[in-house]
Write a protein that binds this ligand. Structure first.
Ligand code: AMP
Ligand code: FE
Ligand code: FE
Ligand code: ZN
Length: 292
């Protein structure tokens, strides 16, 4: 079984529509795919329809933006009730914060002589539910200022660079609680990636586990072998599910090909079990995984 539990479509900052993403996953020999767009559930229906057509497993979810000690942290939410009002309101607030900062980013770019319009960014966002830095990067590529997203981030958009503007994001512990109340399973995404490794110590992860964290993404492009070993040990100590995933963004991110990191079948079943328990306890009506 090849199980890839973290991918993005054009509903956030991936470059494929949800249907095409599922299609690519089927072609790549993936057995179970999770769609986890940033802060939105918008791609679920299209992905599900294509998964049924191609008879490939699908788990719906999202990757929720969090912030801890001024540092970006990402939380995967698997199979939550998309209609749960508090989770919905929080995601709405995150998306609004992302949209609201675009003019400020463009102001900063103008100050360094790079002139773009909000419409130029919107033109790159297709069906995305909010305008993020990747769409600003795509507009910079389209206007010929840089060759690709990475260069746009390295020169202007990353934290500490001239056009970086922060935005609203809730704390991870709060997000864990919201996901559980919505009947879903929260999994910490790439905790020892470039930014979040500074704030996600073993102790912090242990406290999230106490709050109900279900798992931790261990096998990820941003983690070297030593980091993966350490996280696997921690997950064992804290009884957390161990996941692995590509974090595929279509052509938007190099080195994140579908299936480039995967989750074992045993850990996947444990994750589904955590999700089922949370769904039962919450009393919410949650989406079911599609496993043909
Ligand atoms: P935002 O949510 O608008 O702050 O944008 C964050 C997104 O930008 C992340 O989810 C990544 O997919 C993408 N991103 C962050 N850093 C880079 C980078 N160096 N190169 C390409 N994409 C990046
Ligand atoms: Fe992204
Ligand atoms: Fe992420
Ligand atoms: Zn991601």
């Amino acid at each position: 079984m090849r199980i890839d539990l973290h991918t993005h479509s054009r509903c956030s900052d991936g470059t494929d529509s949800p249907g095409v993403l599922v299609d690519h996953a089927a072609a790549a020999g993936i057995d179970v795919l999770a769609l986890t767009d940033h802060d939105t559930f918008a791609g679920w229906d299209e992905a599900r329809a294509e998964a049924e057509r191609r008879r490939i497993g699908l788990v719906v979810g999202a990757e929720v933006s969090c912030r801890l000690a001024a540092t970006s942290v990402h939380m995967l939410a698997y199979l939550p009730d998309p209609g749960e009002p508090e989770l919905q309101a929080m995601l709405e607030r995150v998306r609004e914060g992302r949209n609201a900062r675009v003019p400020l980013i463009l102001e900063r770019l103008r100050a360094v002589g790079v002139v773009l319009d909000v419409a130029d960014v919107a033109a790159q966002s297709r069906e995305a539910t909010s305008l993020g830095r990747p769409h600003v990067a795509d507009a910079l590529v389209a206007a010929g200022h840089v060759a690709n997203r990475r260069e746009a981030f390295d020169r202007w958009l990353s934290e500490g660079k001239p056009a970086y503007i922060t935005r609203y994001a809730p704390e991870p512990a709060e997000v864990v609680t919201l996901i559980i109340a919505a009947g879903g399973a929260p999994v910490l995404a790439h905790p020892r990636g470039r930014a979040s490794r500074k704030v996600l110590s073993d102790d912090v992860i242990a406290s999230l586990a106490d709050a109900g964290l279900a798992g931790v993404e261990v096998d990820h492009h941003d983690h070297d072998d030593a980091v993966r070993r350490a996280l696997r040990g921690l997950a064992g100590d804290l009884d957390l599910v161990v996941t692995g995933s590509s974090d595929h963004h279509g052509t938007g991110k190099d080195g994140h090909e579908l299936g480039s990191c995967t989750t074992s079948e045993g850990e996947f079943l444990r994750l589904l079990d955590r999700a089922r328990v949370n769904a039962e306890r919450s009393g919410r009506v949650v989406p079911q995984p599609y496993l043909p």
